[in-house]
Write a protein that binds this ligand. Sequence first.
Ligand code: OGA
Ligand code: MN
Length: 286
Amino acid sequence: MHLEPLHDDLGATVSGITLSGDLTETEVESIRSIIDQYSVVHFPGQEMTDDKQLALTRLFGEPEAEHVAFGSTGTVNYFGTVGNVKDDGSTADNTNARYQSGNQLWHSDSSFRETPSYLSILHAYEVPEQGGDTEFASMRSGYARLGANMRRTIDPLFVIHDYVFSRSPIAPVNPNHAASLPPVVHPIVRTNPSNQQKNLYIGSHARSIVGMNGMESRKILDDLLEHTTKHTHVTRHAWRPGDTVIWDNRCVLHRGTGYDATRWRRRLRQTRVVGNEAGIIPCVPS
Ligand code: OGA
Ligand code: MN
């Protein structure tokens, strides 16, 4: 394996390894530790299939059921299609593009679930000639760049994450889907259990801070997001077909940058690995 760092804060390109379900335990452990250190790992030139991707996903933990299909209809499906190409190869209608435009807000995948995602694994099959990049920012470096006083102030805080709050202004959320995702509470600061590095845990699904009024809470969350995603701290991935990117949702924010969906085809397939962090409490008693 050959590793090339991409940015001081996060990101590495790794070559010399073929991703599949056949990786050895040692290879999986090295990838895990590269993820712990670099947070976003780009593997170019992969010959991926859905079967390989799901087997790869299982090497890192439990695959996450895609929440839209699961919440709306109860169907367990481990893949999400990112972009505007439907399963039959035709391009999707506007509704889907509108729904996906929510991904253009900085977020951490599934932060609105009781147990959020550990990893997202995204493989590119078709990409636009213009646009459609994905940006990443490190919530670890965001935390490290705060002053000591601010760190002390926020360390004990908890945040309510709520999918209906973040997404209903963008596109209607199916009522069953909405009911399947009650608001949840997560600590605003998380610690990586392998290297003890602390990071913020915020993003578009972060609705408010427990115990604060709305205005006070929004001010802190908005300021922290702005601070974390200053453009000098952002790395942008320009997709090429055959790219697989794995990112650590525990400590990374990402967003799509948009593209002309009437002009270009974009098709990526995503799986996620369920996290196993403690300290996560449901907001609404169940
Ligand atoms: C995602 C995501 C943004 C994009 O795949 O989880 O948010 O379209 N993608 O690049
Ligand atoms: Mn996402």
